[in-house]
Design a protein around this ligand. Structure first.
Ligand code: GSH
Length: 237
């Protein structure tokens, strides 16, 4: 894919849930982009220059101007391509928008630490059990939030994929991977039936399907690169 018309480049790596968010948002808006792939364990000069504060992926470059932090980028994409013909990603109603932002923050606070523990080869069994419990409790709350926010429709955003859909689905690949790696059941149809149906539906969505590979690919990545507290590029400067 070329930068050409849109002037958009994304610095990232495919397994990063935060990068996945950006790709989904661009796809939803029909924005072409160039994917500038980082090498695991070595941060590029372009990344260091573009995100000098956190030195993390993703970074979106729009006509050369860098924007960091996945949720900030998703909001930027929604604002810049507001007249693309695609539905808005952020809800129109300020209160609903605040609820989406609240839960997106909750997701990033709760899910990544549990995922890291569950994919770690050196974590104690007790720690894994605790992490699985914390993740299940978070998913239970998200199941309830889904019922309230979706109001019987397909997505957190209602009829179309919204901000909270993007924030949560971006972690689903890793959730399914750690289910396999740690032998735990998290997206459990008996416990969170609406969330499981939502995940199946959204993972098959054309804007999402290509961005989230099969769980086995995440497992392979984890086996190849090990588990580290900073999931990607941890050894880099
Ligand atoms: N809050 C950031 C998190 C980004 C993040 O943690 N990215 C990871 C890859 S999954 C990274 O670049 N890690 C490298 C590091 O921590 O140095 C966002 O939403 O963009």
């Amino acid at each position: 894919m070329s930068e050409a018309a849109s002037g958009v480049r994304v610095i990232g790596l495919w397994p990063s849930p935060y990068v996945i968010r950006v790709l989904i948002a661009l796809k939803l808006k029909g924005v072409e982009y160039e994917f500038v792939e980082e090498v695991v364990g070595r941060k590029s000069e372009l990344l260091l220059k573009s995100n000098p504060v956190h030195k993390k992926i993703p970074v979106l470059l729009h006509h050369g101007k860098p924007i960091s932090e996945s949720l900030v980028i998703v909001q930027y994409i929604d604002e810049v391509w507001s007249s693309s013909g695609a539905p808005a990603i952020l809800p129109a109603d300020p209160y609903t928008r605040a609820l989406h932002r609240f839960w997106a923050q909750y997701i990033d606070d709760k899910l990544p630490p549990a995922i890291r523990t569950l994919r770690a080869t050196d974590a104690a069994a007790g720690d894994k059990e605790q992490a699985a419990g914390q993740m299940s409790a978070a998913l239970q709350l998200l199941e309830e939030a889904f019922v309230k926010l979706s109001q019987g429709k397909d997505y957190f955003g209602g009829d179309s994929v919204g901000y909270l859909d993007i924030a949560l689905v971006s972690h689903v690949g890793w959730v399914k991977a750690v289910e396999k790696m740690a032998g735990v059941s998290l997206l459990d149809r008996a416990k969170v039936p609406n969330l499981v149906a939502w995940a199946d539906r959204l993972c098959a969505h054309p804007a999402v399907a290509d961005a989230i590979p099969d769980a086995d690919k995440f497992v392979e990545f984890s086996v190849k690169y090990g588990s580290f507290s900073k999931p990607i590029n941890s050894g880099a400067k």
